[in-house]
Design a protein around this ligand. Structure first.
Ligand SMILES: Nc1ncnc2c1ncn2[C@@H]1O[C@H](COP(=O)(O)OP(=O)(O)OP(=O)(O)O)[C@@H](O)[C@H]1O
Ligand SMILES: [Mg+2]
Length: 271
């Protein structure tokens, strides 16, 4: 059974080369985490006293302004960051997808990249070998898979990256934005694969700014604000609080059903 248990976690970034004196305390912005000015070195408090507990089957959307701490939280869950204080216990193999292109080597072929990227995402070489045909078919890259990645156009790279990511069987899937940046036409084709990927995942945590994407993949949500968990509950309830209006209010009950959202606002924490 996979699980995530974060208790009173803080992630601080001390900034040694900041022009401390020019930090204007009085200018309060909506965007960005909290900058602590108590010590001589300014510290960006990217996560502050975060406590969350997730279990197998959870499909959680992360929402919040730019700089609210979403990516930092995802990195904490992926083991890329350690908490400065508090704890983050993750049971299960994490497949972290922060940027579709990250982890791809321009000098080796598409085929070799399938292997390397697959290994990075927690698969074995054997498992990836079994998936090559399927990835080839989906990406429509054909013989280009023998060519070095540097010869690919941007769209070709995205196809390959998406083909690989959607072929894995993750215990814990961590998705940060990226996926939403794929062009609409290809996205339509990738949609079913992404849905299948999410279905196969033991647990999903997905940071995104699009209601539509969130609705498609998540049923619950966490709203991050200045590094803190501001609200946690059903997706609809959290989005309504975050946006100040119900983003799904104009949808018919059938449409709500189709995107997997409850027709009435539930107040019970999304279970
Ligand atoms: N490597 C880093 N060094 C210093 N500060 C950082 C670092 N990474 C993030 N931060 C800061 O931590 C805070 C949270 O950033 P984070 O990237 O987690 O936000 P986010 O919610 O993912 O925003 P976005 O929606 O723009 O992706 C921000 O104030 C940011 O400036
Ligand atoms: Mg981010």
């Amino acid at each position: 059974m996979v699980s995530i248990d974060v208790r009173n976690a803080y992630v601080d970034f001390p900034i040694f080369d900041a022009k401390t004196r020019s930090l204007k305390k009085k200018v309060i912005g909506k965007v960005g985490g909290k900058i602590g000015t108590g010590s001589r070195i300014p510290i960006i408090e990217a996560l502050r006293d975060v406590t969350i507990s997730l279990k197998e089957g959870d499909r959680v959307g992360l929402v919040g302004h730019n700089g609210a701490g979403k990516s930092t939280l995802l990195r904490l869950l992926s083991g890329i960051y350690e908490p400065t204080r508090g704890s983050a216990r993750v049971v299960g193999k994490v497949a972290p997808v922060f940027d579709l292109g990250v982890g791809m080597d321009p000098e080796i072929s598409g085929l070799e990249n399938i292997m390397i990227r697959g290994l990075f995402l927690g698969m074995t070489r054997k498992e990836m070998e079994k998936r090559v045909d399927d990835i080839t078919e989906f990406t429509e890259l054909g013989d280009f898979l023998q060519m070095p990645l540097r010869t690919y156009s941007t769209g070709m790279r995205v196809r390959l990256a998406l083909g690989i990511v959607t072929s894995i069987d993750p215990e814990i899937l961590i998705l940060d934005e990226g996926i939403g940046a794929v062009d609409a036409a290809f996205m339509a084709k990738a949609r079913d694969r992404l849905k299948d990927l999410v279905r196969r995942s033991g647990l999903l945590v997905f940071a995104n700014h699009s209601d539509e994407f969130l609705a498609e993949f998540c049923d619950s949500a966490i709203w991050m604000d200045e590094g803190e968990v501001k609200q946690q509950g059903s997706l609809r309830e959290v989005l309504t609080a975050y946006k100040g209006r119900d983003p799904f209010q104009n949808l018919s009950p059938e449409a709500l059903e189709r995107i997997g959202q409850a027709p009435v606002l539930s107040g019970n924490g999304g279970e």
